[in-house]
Write a protein that binds this ligand. Structure first.
Ligand code: TXA
Ligand code: MG
Length: 324
């Protein structure tokens, strides 16, 4: 019922018929539908079992296409777009009337981004219309970074998965908004906040928590595997914890711990690269979740800088499952 293929024409045909299609992006796979269509948006929410209070990100072929679609684009948006689009950056801009309220969960801000993936770029160009697309996973579960992850999670619920290979960045986009000299961070993601700071050196950076705006993608319990996950407090904590849990699969950042079965350890980046670790994170969690004889996942935190902040954010949320 759900087909995996490489036909952009097939994807265009389905999308124009207001169906949903899973699309590859450099961050994670998205479940796309025409952003202007209430029917398509409804199908996205239904397939994902997503609550209506959680808004969708809308994808454009280029920043120019965003400028044509949205009013009130600010100089700061242009600077950020010049530096990071296409790429793993999502901006919150003024919602145009043509976008159904369902897409923005009733708020007056629209989340926009230009994905850096050649197949999806071509798809967006051919369509000539923007695509609303949250990550292509059931609500609250780990995001997919391979077509097979989408098939395993949404198979039977969507007609087509456009195969663009593994997602290179592997972690969702960084979401920010800018207003009056302030840059509000809504979600840590594949773009390092320090790089954004370089483009807006005079802005004050705050997280959405401090801006008193709480959002669903920011729910504590999110991005979770089905199996329980424990985030070790530190390397030493991990080495103490590991041997007490032979039933666990251990995910380390760079080096396996010495006192635990090596076949039950996964390394995110043997070179200690944060980018590589991010690109392997979700695939490793998917593997751990499907592996026989694993009852617990124990993860080591990544270094708390750059994209490591996004990795640790996702691990903390995965660990929060069942705690609320
Ligand atoms: O990398 C990504 O961003 C991927 C790919 C597919 O583009 N998309 C993605 O979407 O991760 P997802 O499932 O995280 O859902 C969109 C999230 C929401 O949960 C919310 O946190 C934020 O984006 N968002 C969307 N619209 C928003 C709005 N109007 N105001 C505030 N946050 C918004
Ligand atoms: Mg998501």
């Amino acid at each position: 019922m759900t087909e995996i293929g490489k036909s952009i024409e097939r994807a265009v045909e389905l999308l124009l018929a207001e169906e949903t299609v899973a699309i590859p992006t450099e961050t994670v796979y998205g479940l796309a539908g025409l952003a202007e269509s209430k029917v398509a948006a409804g199908r996205i929410f239904e397939a994902k079992n997503r609550p209506f209070f959680d808004p969708l990100i809308t994808h454009f072929h280029s920043f120019r296409a965003i400028e044509e679609f949205v009013e009130g684009i600010m100089p700061e948006h242009r600077l950020l777009a010049e530096a990071f689009m296409p790429g793993p950056l999502t901006l919150l801009v003024k919602k145009p009337d043509i976008i159904p309220d369902l897409v923005t969960a009733g708020t007056d801000m629209l989340a926009v981004r230009v994905p850096a993936h050649p197949i999806t770029a071509e798809l967006l160009k051919k369509l000539g219309r923007p695509l609303a697309a949250p990550s292509a996973n059931p609500f609250g579960y780990i995001s997919p970074t391979r077509p097979q992850h989408v098939l395993a999670q949404l198979g039977g619920k969507i007609p087509y998965i456009l195969d663009g290979g593994p997602s290179k960045v592997g972690i969702e986009s960084t979401i920010v908004s800018v207003e009056d000299g302030v840059c509000i961070i809504y979600r840590y993601g594949g773009l390092d906040i320090e790089d954004i700071r370089k483009v807006l050196p005079n802005h004050t950076f705050i997280t959405a928590k401090h801006a008193a705006k709480t959002l669903p993608g920011t729910l504590a319990k999110h991005y979770s595997p089905n199996r329980p996950l424990v985030l070790a407090p530190s390397r030493i904590g991990l080495e103490e914890m590991g041997p007490k849990h032979p039933e666990a699969l251990i995910i380390v950042f760079k080096t396996p711990i010495p006192n635990f079965d090596l076949t039950r350890q996964r390394v995110l980046s043997s070179e200690g690269s944060l980018a590589e670790a991010a690109s392997n994170l979700f695939a490793t969690l998917h593997e751990a979740d499907a592996m026989e004889g694993v009852e617990l996942i124990i993860a080591e935190p990544a270094p708390g800088e750059g994209i490591g902040l996004a990795i640790n954010d996702r691990l903390q949320r995965a660990a929060a499952k069942g705690k609320e």
